[in-house]
Design a protein. Sequence first.
Length: 494
Amino acid sequence: MEQTGMRPRPTAWRTAWVVAREEWRSLLRSRVALTAVAVMLLLTLTATLVGFEHRHAIESERARFQALADQQWDAQPDRHPHRVSHYGHYVFRPLSPLAFFDFGVDTFTGHTLYLEGHRQNSANFSDAGQSSVLLRFGLLTPAFVLQTLVPLLIGFLAFGSIARERERGQLRFSIAQGIAGRSLLLGKLLAHALIPGLLALPAFAGIAFIAFASSGSSSGGAAMSIMASAAFMLAGYTAYLLMWSCVAVGISACSSRARDALIMLTGLWIGIVILLPRMLPDLAASRIILPSRIETEVAIHKDLAAIGDSHNPDDPYFREFREKTLARYGVKRVEDLPVNYGGLLMAEGERMTSELFDRYMRDNFERQQAQSGWVNAFAPVSPVLAVRRLSAALAGSDRESYERFLADAERYRYALIQALNRMHAEQVHYHNDKEQRISQRNWQSLPRFAPAPRPFADTLRAQVLPSLGVLAGWLAVLMLALALLGKRLERKAA
C-alpha cells in the first residue's frame, strides 16, 4: 500500500505521455495537419533567414553611408565655422543585434538625421516610406510568424483534441478505463505545446546564434545585455506559445462539438490577435492627440519669434545680452571684447532655440508615452500586446529606443554646433568676421556620433517584467482552468 501511494505522480505523467503519443500519431495520419506544420516550419525558417539578411543589408548600408558622411565632413576646406554649422552632418540610427527577429517601429520610423545649426530636423527615409505599397504591410519577421500565424495553427491542430473524442464517444471510454481527466488534458497539452516549440525552433536557434556571436565581439557589459535579452526573448515567446496551447486544449475540452471549438478559437484569434491590436492604437490616438509635424513647426516658429531674434541688434533680449556681455568683460564696445561677439551671439541663440526644441521634443515623447500606456493597459485582455512590447524592447526596435536615438542625436547636434560657435568666438576676429576662415583640422578633431545603448536594467524594469507578468498571469489562470476542467470531464463521464 505504501509503495502504491508513492506512485501517483509518475503514473500521471506516464499516462499523459501515452496520451500525447497517441495525439501525435493521430496528427501524423492527417495529411492536412502535416502539410500545415511543414508550411509553417518553412515559413518560420524563411522569416528567420530573411530577417538575418535584411538586418545585415541595413547595417552595412547605414555603416557605408555614415562613413561617407564622416568623410565629406572631414573633407570640408578651410572655412568660417558658422558656414560649417550650416553645412551640417548626417547621422544614422544603428541596429541592435536582435533586430533581425523583430523590426518593431524601425520599418516605419526614419533612420537618418540631418544635423545643422538653429534647427532640429526629423528623422527621414523610413523603409516603409521608400517601399512599394505591398511591402508597406510589413516585413516577414520571426516575431510576426510566432505572434500571429503560429497561434492560428495551434487552434487549427488542437480544436478537436477533446471535442472530437467526445463526439465519437471515445472520451467517456478513455475515462472509464481509468485515465484521469487531468492526465488526459495534460497529455493533450503536452502534444500540442511541443508542436509550436518545433515551429519556433528556427527562430529560437537564430536568437541563440546571434546572441553568442554578438556577445563574443562586444565588451563585457554589452555582451551580458545581449545574452540576457536573448534569454528573456526565448522565455517570453515560450510562455506565449504555451498560453495558446492551453487556450486551444481548454476550449476543445469545453466544447461539445469540434466544429464549435474551431469557431470559438478562430473568433478568439481574430479578436485578440487581429482586431484589438489594430483598434487600440487608433482609439489611443483619438483620446490623446499628437500634433502633426507641421503644427509643431508652426508653434516652434511662433515661440522663436517671441523669445528674440539674434540677428536683430535692436531685439530687447539680445540687446540686454550684449550689455551683460560687455559688463562681464569690463569693456564699452563689442569691438573691444577679447572674443568675437558674433560667436557668443550665435552660442546664446543656439542655447535658447535648443531649449525650445528640447521642450517640444519631450512633450511629443510624453504624449506618445501616454498613448502607449493606454494601449498597454489592455495587455491583460490581449496578451499579444504584451509579447509585442517585450519583443520590440528586447530587439531594440521599440518606440523608447527610437526616442533615445533622437535624444542622443539632439545632444550631439547641440554639442557639435556649440563647439563650432566656440571656434567662431575664439579663433575668428570681430573685424571682417565673414571674410575669415579657420583650419579644417578644427572640425576634423570633433568627436563622432556614438549613441550609447539603453541600459538593460531600464528595459527590464519598464518593458520586459510587466510583459512577462501578463503572460505569467494568463498561464496561471489557464493552468488552473485546465485542472478544474479535468475534474469536470471525470464527473461528466461518471
